[in-house]
Design a protein around this ligand. Structure first.
Ligand code: PLP
Length: 410
């Protein structure tokens, strides 16, 4: 063993750690799949975090839409400490107090009927796809087709990857799950042609996240509801990134009040405030597709994550008016920014979910922001993505805008 690598126990004992040492250790021992920004995060508070060398950053990416209540929220810290001292894991062989309570809350939020808990967005999508396949297989002949959208993102496991509309992520892992047809987002004619009696489900994000912050049109989403209903297929709304308050409503599909409800809603990222938790929420009819014993998980829906998620949902509910006001301020300031920098060609999004479309690759601007103390990221090559905590204040938005202003001027 190279002496330059500190053992885990020495680090735990508090020997001074540097970003350089952390990076060197990772490059030697980790699967090299991530392209990380060149800082090591040490701790956070509210909308700010500090790196291991003590530099301060405004957090406008929140671990990709996860730390919705910011860092170290006192209510979440108290809840985690209380539950950690009681019981961390039960498995799904037994009951605990919090899974049913959280399911009841998600049923109330979504307007649907039943919940299955897992640990991530991709697992929650797998659950939805299995339900669609199972329901489709009950028909004679089977309905097997899943319609998905170009630039949609649903996760990295084989099923979720199969419906992810970015060929560059899929190609290496083919053959994937068969029977998926991709159409362009907001193309109503293509949708009409694609949804037929062989269709088991249409899966979509009401605001596409990884694909570059593209909101779907009201007319397109309304057509999805009408056409799937007519064909006997399911509408799966993947709310992993756009849901749970981020666009100013509990779920993003609720922006279109007159459209009706999806058959299945998928949620994850911010659900347990930073702990891993996914949920797939079903209508009563969709839930009937998965009989007893046909799906399960060891970790999903544990007492710690579920108890924390109950707190998260209560706080997000109280925050909805604030999110709408903060979102309006954010978008107004971003439009101002677009007027000053020709490289910004469009501002998209809703609530505190925003994308700046650039005419050039965005990575250099992400780096320029980071050097000035603002954490954002670039998605779909040319879109600067902003996902600040739902608690973000007007002055924090203004601080982020001045950093972006300086970075874009570089
Ligand atoms: N669905 C959507 C809309 C997402 O944005 C993501 C992740 O970015 C996923 C699913 C996958 O979630 P996870 O990374 O938790 O598996």
């Amino acid at each position: 063993m190279d002496a330059s690598f500190t053992s885990a126990s020495t680090v735990a004992l508090g020997e001074t750690e540097t970003h350089q040492r952390v990076g060197a250790r990772e490059s030697r021992f980790l699967l090299q799949t991530y392209q990380r920004s060149p800082i090591t995060i040490d701790r956070g508070e509210g909308c700010v975090f500090w790196d291991i060398e003590g530099r301060r950053y405004l957090d406008f990416i929140t671990g990709i839409g996860v730390n919705a209540l910011g860092h170290a929220h006192p209510r979440l810290v108290r809840t985690i400490q209380a539950q950690a001292a009681l019981c961390l894991h039960t498995s799904n062989l037994f009951y605990h107090r919090y899974q049913g309570l959280l399911a009841e809350r998600l049923v109330e939020w979504s307007g649907l009927a039943r919940v299955f808990f897992s640990n991530s967005g991709t697992e929650a999508v797998e659950t939805a796809l299995k339900a669609a396949r199972a329901a489709g297989n009950r028909h004679q002949p089977s309905r097997r087709k899943i319609v998905a959208l170009h630039h949609g993102f649903h996760g990295r496991t084989m099923g979720a990857l199969s419906v992810t509309g970015h060929e560059k992520y899929r190609r290496l892992f083919e053959p994937l799950v068969p029977g998926v047809e991709f159409i362009a987002a907001n193309d109503r004619d293509a949708l009409r042609r694609a949804v037929d009696r062989e269709t088991a489900a249409v899966i979509l994000e009401v605001v596409q996240g990884e694909g570059g912050i593209h909101p779907l049109s009201h007319a397109f989403v309304a057509d999805v509801r009408t056409l799937t209903e007519r064909a006997g297929a399911m509408w799966i709304a993947d709310e992993t990134q756009c849901g749970l308050g981020r666009t100013g409503t509990r779920f993003a599909y609720q922006r279109f009040e007159d459209v009706g409800l999806p058959d299945i809603v998928v949620t994850a990222k911010p659900l347990a405030g930073g702990l891993p938790l996914g949920a797939t929420i079903f209508s009563e009819a969709a839930a009937a597709a998965i009989p007893s014993g046909m799906h399960g998980t060891t970790f999903g829906g544990g007492p710690l994550a579920c108890r924390v998620a109950i707190e998260v949902l209560s706080m997000v509910d109280e925050l909805l008016p604030h999110i709408r006001a903060a979102g309006a301020h954010l978008h107004e300031r971003l439009r101002g920014l677009a007027g000053r920098h020709r490289v910004v060609t469009e501002v998209r999004g809703a609530g505190v979910m925003a994308g700046l479309q650039l005419s050039v690759p965005g990575d250099r601007y992400v780096d320029a922001c980071l050097r000035r103390g603002l954490a954002i990221n670039c998605t779909h090559d040319t879109v600067l993505r902003l996902l600040p905590p739902l608690i973000v204040s007007t002055s924090e938005i203004d601080e982020a805008i001045s950093i972006l202003d300086a970075a874009l001027a570089e």
